[in-house]
Design a protein around this ligand. Structure first.
Ligand code: PLP
Ligand code: COI
Length: 342
């Protein structure tokens, strides 16, 4: 398979149109077969449910070229499961996770020429999403939906790749106490757009949200969960909250810390007041992979991690190397984590 002529190593996190996308339509109460198509444009009513009341949910996962030249995805069954729960919460008909994994597999295979080569620093980002497509004017669910998956080759989410970033404590809440913070719905991101632009204008890379109920506990950032490493380097600590997205990367890192690195892994409430006591911090997610955090700014008060602003802390680096080693076939994966494409 001849690869496309793309300068893989200079890619940022952007959209680059590929040849195929997968599309399935829900009409008359059932999903159709779905198909791979070449048309990247969507035509819909001006009154479509998604345009009026944001009835849409999505996923994000990646395909990797392994050291021995295979193409694989990482735990796509968990993305399929999470999309099922996101859809159910917005009254969108569920697209079964088995069909989800099959569609991802077919899509990546069809776009094989766009899967970045091993060692290029880039990966293929896969974006499944579903939305209400027929006219809806009273506040209610749509009758008809589209499920679509496209993919795009991407580089690092944060400019500078593995360089530590600076994040600020947000004054704005990402999610309500009993709201939708734990599902992957566009509405959770729409609210963050003004806040991220404001953060960037003030020189911060991301916003760190606190729990919306008490504003004393750490939640997550706009596009990633957060992990901390204890001072003695023996424990990975990550927030437990029902208003954050259940990150597949974070769940995988808890396992990696415990079973590959012999560390303790704790999922618990983390108070803002105790963050100063950690040795390292990192944002984790499909797009972010693990992006080290060098500094958290809380209204002018700087919390600087001993790992500094020049490079990833040593434990974060071990976690990063192990996770990406598993994803790229250098390290043996736990049963069922690697889904072969071709
Ligand atoms: N939290 C938010 C708000 C996200 O958008 C993402 C990205 O998917 C994550 C966490 C990380 O989740 P995952 O590791 O499943 O990609
Ligand atoms: C992902 O990591 O897949 C996401 O959806 C995060 C988004 C901010 C790009």
């Amino acid at each position: 398979m001849e690869k496309k002529n793309i300068d893989w190593s200079s890619l940022g996190f952007g959209y680059h149109k590929t040849d195929y996308r997968f599309v399935a339509n829900y009409t008359n109460g059932a999903w159709d077969e779905g198909a791979l198509i070449t048309d990247d444009m969507i035509t819909m009513s001006e009154c479509a449910g998604v345009l009026q009341y944001a009835q849409t949910v999505f996923e994000g996962l990646k395909a990797y070229t392994t050291e021995d030249g295979r193409i694989v995805t990482f735990r796509p069954d968990l993305n399929g499961e999470r999309l099922e729960s996101s859809a159910a919460r917005l009254e969108i008909p569920v697209f079964p996770k088995e069909r989800f994994v099959d569609a991802v597999t077919r899509l990546v295979k069809a776009n094989e020429a766009y899967v970045p080569p091993y060692g290029s620093g880039a990966t293929l980002y896969i974006r499944p999403f579903m939305f209400g497509i027929n006219p809806v004017i009273g506040v209610k669910p749509a009758d008809d939906y589209q499920f679509r998956i496209f993919c795009t080759p991407v580089g690092p989410y944060f400019k500078g790749g593995a360089k530590p970033i600076t994040i600020r404590i947000s004054d704005v809440d990402r999610a309500a106490p009993h709201g939708t913070g734990d599902i992957k719905a566009g509405l959770n991101y729409a609210m963050s757009i003004h806040n991220i632009m404001d953060a960037h204008r003030k020189g911060f890379d991301e916003n760190l949200y606190l729990d919306p109920q008490t504003r004393t506990k750490i939640e997550e950032t706009g596009g990633a969960n957060i992990i901390f490493i204890s001072k003695d380097q023996k424990t990975l600590v990550t927030p437990k909250s029902n208003s954050i997205l259940p990150s597949i990367t974070r769940r995988s890192l808890l396992y990696v810390a415990e079973h590959y690195l012999g560390m303790k892994a704790e999922e618990r409430e983390i108070y803002l007041d105790e963050v100063k006591d950690f040795a390292e911090a990192g944002l984790c997610g499909t797009a972010a992979v693990i992006s080290p955090v060098g500094k958290i700014v809380d209204h002018g008060k700087e919390i600087c991690f001993p790992s500094g602003m020049d490079e990833m802390g040593p434990v974060t680096k071990k976690l990063y190397d192990t996770l990406t080693g598993i994803q790229m076939g250098r390290i043996e994966a736990p049963q069922g984590w690697i889904h072969p494409i071709c």
